[in-house]
Design a protein around this ligand. Sequence first.
Ligand code: EPU
Length: 340
Amino acid sequence: MYQLKHNFSLKSNNTFGISAIAKHYLTVDSVEDLIQFFRENNAEKNEKRLFLGAGSNLLFVTDFEGIVIHPEMDGIDLISQNEDIAVIEAGAGVVWDYFVDWCVGNGFGGVENLSLIPGNVGAVPVQNIGAYGIEAESVIAEVKGIDMDTLESKSFNHDECKFGYRTSVFKELLKERFMVTSVVFHLSKHPEFHLEYGALEAEVSKLGGQTLQNIRKAVISIRKSKLPDPSKVGNAGSFFKNPVVSEAVGRALKNSYPDIPVYPAGPGLVKLAAGWLIENAGWKGRSVGKSAVHDKQALVIINKGGATGEEIFELSGMVVKDVLQKFNIELEREVLVIGN
Ligand code: EPU
């Protein structure tokens, strides 16, 4: 089934709660209907596209003069399993945290550290979501979808997805072209737990020991203590990426600022904590108009109510400028900015 609407308000379709308008808005719940719609509607096929899941990682600075496509492909299927691995396929429209809960409930490990990340399954490989030491690429075996230029079904194996830190081929080369319709995961029936990150291990032992359920509960409780709930306060999680710089740059910063967190990030590289840089540039908790830098996690920008996309974008620009001035590091936005 599909449904097409025109001049559609996206206010409830982006977690920043920005009142942007889409020229066209298409919801579709099967691959066949998606292909059929675009075969029959050439005008819409030639419009600029935006694939929009839960809208939890983007900022509308302007209206969208094109077609927004919202995949509602549903379903979680156990495709096969052996003693060690369960192969699970989930539709692009499945709510990610519902999927995590389902996996944990069935004893399948690999996604428990990614509990409570807002968004739908379709965005998971695009963005290669990550948290608490785990990135989605560690469990993604295959990504299925449609090449919107040719309307052909295509499938990408793990290597073809070209995953990187919060990125993939779908966010770069195939942006606005390849629409994810389902994702195949390889989950473990004998999970290894990853508790190295921050306060996770302590939180898990408070709950009584290492189980998938306890890791899920611990991650949820840590996230709730730091990150604003998008159903209450408009936000899109981390607004910026953690910058990756050379070891030499990392060392120089450490000399000047001994407290700065610096993590290894591959040969010759280190990752800095953008939240620390923003806080130490004086921005934590600071408001500009109706937007603000979150007071518990400076990497998050919030809509205090009624902010426009432009206001939020401007605030982010001020943060970039001050961090650059103070630390000579240029922050890169992690959220997709539409219309700047
Ligand atoms: N920090 C500060 N001040 C702040 C925030 C952080 O000094 O206001 C310091 C912390 O003390 C810590 C370091 O920065 O030493 C890292 O902070 P945190 O553990 O909160 O994680 P993060 O690097 O800021 C990343 C992800 C989050 C993910 C957490 C946990 C990115 C861009 N963000 O944040 O992902 O939940 O790690 O794994 O990689 C998201 O992508 O939307 C997101 C929320």
